[in-house]
Design a protein around this ligand. Structure first.
Ligand code: ADP
Ligand code: MG
Length: 323
């Protein structure tokens, strides 16, 4: 099968019925029309086999992980997903891998309301990049730089589960229902788009949790020139995470520092807290207050009445030996 047949069969399956797509896959460029008055939010993410996912990972798992992680960046800005492009490098044409990859990519895209409008297909080590585009009203775009002293620090969902899922894969654990849940969280992130859109008018700053909660909070602190006090005991730990980790200390370590949760870390003025919590409840997403923005330049973490240190802030590709 040639490159063009491959693209036609796997990626240009459906014609798009979206007024913002004037021309989709098939020409030299896609032709797109962003709505007037909205900003275009753009972000790109890459997964490399052996670095971001284990060799031999089925195509469907890679697809949901790839698109979920990329769209999470749109959620972090309170943008509505619109279009994406896909750069795909594979060592050889492998139908058994591509079929579930393309099917799951299409299904995930449909669920997220985002359309594939173009890409590039090459031969090389298995590497996938998606560039996502979304729309956001200038007044609603959430930045890392808006945190203010006195803001509540809140997180969505249950942190650390993705890390638990990854650990279970690295240890090649048999798949119990608990482990299946954690692996699902690793392979199929659920970008918090609706919640981000609903909360955006009340939020001062936001980031999605990709490197680990503490590491990502530090990005907010640095960009906003503030400090923070975190109550580690307040961080929600799921039953599944506690069961797999075997003890609270390890589960908490994963929740605070394990990456790739693709939940949101938000800061907001306390007067909007109850309103935001109700909005989150309406979407059945936990929203937990885990700390406060301070006027120091430090990140202080408290646990059982003591100040504690977490050495591993999160994942940094260029500092780790295997990155
Ligand atoms: P060009 O050589 O002009 O860059 P290509 O031959 O690479 O164009 O691609 C032909 C068409 O197929 C383009 O519209 C391109 O966006 C699309 N395309 C190529 N690879 C992919 C892919 N992996 N997923 C989606 N669309 C793709
Ligand atoms: Mg061309």
């Amino acid at each position: 099968m040639g490159e063009f047949e491959l693209i036609r069969r796997y990626f240009a399956r459906e014609s798009l019925n979206d007024p913002s797509v004037y021309l989709g896959i098939g020409d030299d460029c896609a032709l797109l029309c962003p709505p007037t008055g909205q900003l275009l939010a753009v972000s790109i993410d890459t997964l490399v086999e052996g670095v971001h996912f284990l060799p031999g990972t089925p195509g469907d798992k890679v697809a949901s992980r790839l698109l979920g992680a990329a769209v999470s960046d749109l959620a972090a800005m309170a943008a509505t997903p619109a279009w994406f492009t896909l750069a795909l490098s594979m060592p050889s044409f492998d139908q058994d891998w591509l079929e579930p990859f393309a099917s799951c990519l299409a299904e995930t895209a449909q669920g997220l309301g985002i359309h594939l409008v173009g890409g590039d297909t090459t031969r090389g080590p298995l590497t996938l990049s998606v560039q996502v585009h979304g729309f956001v009203e200038p007044s609603l775009a959430l930045k890392r730089s808006g945190a203010q002293v006195g803001d509540i620090i809140a997180v969505t969902g249950y942190l650390g589960e993705s890390k638990g899922g990854l650990e279970s894969l690295l240890k090649d654990e048999p798949e119990t229902p608990t482990i299946a849940h954690l692996r699902q969280r690793f392979y199929a992130p659920t970008p918090r788009i609706k919640l981000a859109r609903a909360l955006a008018p009340f939020i001062h700053s936001a980031i999605d949790i990709s490197d680990g909660f503490l590491a990502d909070l530090k990005h907010i602190l640095k960009a906003s020139h503030v400090g923070a006090k975190v109550d580690a005991d307040a961080v929600l730990l799921s039953h599944e995470l506690l069961a797999f980790a075997g003890n609270t200390a390890l589960a908490r370590q994963w929740a605070l520092t394990g990456g790739e949760d693709f939940e949101l870390c938000l800061t907001l003025p306390s007067e909007h807290w109850e309103h935001c919590q109700r909005k989150a409840q309406a979407l059945s997403i936990p929203l937990t207050c885990v700390g406060e923005i301070t006027n120091t330049d430090a990140l202080d973490i408290w646990e059982s009445g003591h100040k504690v240190h977490y050495t591993q802030d999160g994942y940094d590709h260029f500092r780790s030996s295997n990155g």
